[in-house]
Design a protein around this ligand. Structure first.
Ligand SMILES: Nc1nc2c(c(=O)[nH]1)N[C@H]1C(S)=C(S)[C@@H](COP(=O)(O)O)O[C@H]1N2
Ligand SMILES: [Mo]
Length: 350
């Protein structure tokens, strides 16, 4: 459930994670369920002998348990020691009696995109999955998935579905929304840094695209463009999660509206590059040259501009010509925020 190191004084974080400011808990992904008029309930069905639906009051009558877990989001923020209470999934499964052929669980949300995720049955049990109803002694708030969400300790947080209303037992796995749509890893172990599935693009296609310098609106997740000459790259609206641009020449590149979450820009030359309205959550800009770069309207949760790795400090180059307005800086981690404000000339007061 809780990894053994958490009991020590300064718990280590999984690779590539950073702590959110104390007391903070970002809302990620969908912000609300599709509707709240219908009373909430939880159904467990599929390959079980006794399919069961519990209303929320019925769930609240079952023996509750409490657990303290560390949240690790794939966009690189972590929040340690979050206290949830609710019901052990294993207790509910005993009541519905899974059939021997049931091997996977699909967790489904009441949400407009019918959000779901899945787990191996044995993994869900080994990880002590909780059906959470309360957070720090209060009913879980709606933005964080209340009144019912599952919590999977020891997995990236996309395995914990907000507004959970159904768990279906399956013989064959059914990939979840993020796993199928965005290439998120299906095991999701943060200690093994299982963020993304292997890239789908073959080497020849990748080479032709790099040559054209036109990535606009294309799906190029996890592409390796490290150390490339890509001045003036056109990448507006491209899907570039986890893309590797380390050390690349990207002066005046246009990434407007692109999805660059967890992209790697360490040491890249990004002078005059446009990240207007781009999603750069969890992206690494440490050691990059960002003079004249424009981040207006970009989403920067978990992004980093300075890091201490491989025995040295990698510091992004920022100055008064870098467009990083206060509203864009606001979700940065404390250490990153301090660095950015120190390095932009005339740091704006927040
Ligand atoms: N219904 C639903 N559940 C979801 C998501 C979502 O978009 N919809 N996003 C997942 C992701 S990627 C994360 S990191 C967490 C975020 O939970 P939070 O908003 O309470 O921090 O919810 C997970 N569960
Ligand atoms: Mo996430």
């Amino acid at each position: 459930m809780v990894h053994p190191e958490t009991s020590q004084e300064t718990p280590p974080l999984p690779p590539g994670q950073q702590l959110v400011a104390p007391g903070k808990w970002p809302v990620i992904g969908e912000r609300q369920p599709s509707e709240t008029a219908t009373p909430w309930s939880l159904t467990i069905d599929g390959l079980v002998d006794r399919p069961t639906t519990w209303t929320l009051p019925q769930l609240r009558q079952l023996p509750a348990t409490r657990c303290i877990i560390d949240i690790h989001c794939v966009t690189r923020w972590s929040k340690l020691g979050a206290e949830f209470s609710g019901l052990w999934l294993s207790d509910l499964l005993q009541l519905v009696q899974p059939r021997p052929e049931a091997r996977f669980l699909s967790f489904q949300a009441r949400s407009s995109q019918q959000h779901s995720t899945s787990l191996r049955l044995e993994d869900a049990l080994a990880q002590n999955t909780l059906i959470a109803l309360d957070y720090e002694g209060q009913p879980l708030e709606i933005g964080h998935g209340g009144p019912i969400r599952n919590i999977v300790p020891g997995r990236y947080f996309y395995k914990s579905v907000k507004w959970l209303e159904r768990i279906e037992l399956l013989e064959v796995d059914r990939l979840g929304t993020w796993e199928a749509g965005s290439g998120y890893h299906n095991q999701a172990d943060p200690w093994l840094e299982q963020r993304y599935m292997a890239p789908t693009l073959d080497k020849r296609q990748a080479a032709a695209l790099l040559e054209s310098r036109d990535f606009s609106r294309r799906d190029l997740r996890s592409i390796d463009a490290s150390d490339r000459q890509l001045q003036g790259l056109q990448a507006a609206g491209a899907l570039l999660r986890d893309a590797n641009f380390q050390g690349a020449q990207l002066q005046d590149a246009d990434f407007s509206g692109a999805n660059l979450s967890n992209a790697h820009f360490r040491g890249a030359d990004l002078r005059g590059a446009r990240f207007v309205k781009a999603d750069v959550e969890g992206a690494d800009f440490s050691g990059a040259d960002l003079r004249g770069a424009d981040f207006q309207g970009a989403s920067l949760i978990g992004a980093s501009f300075v890091s201490r790795q491989e025995g040295r400090a990698w510091e992004a180059r920022l100055d008064a010509s870098t467009q990083l307005p206060p509203d864009v800086q606001q979700p940065l981690f404390p250490e990153q925020l301090a660095f950015v404000q120190q390095h932009l000339a005339n740091p704006p007061a927040l």
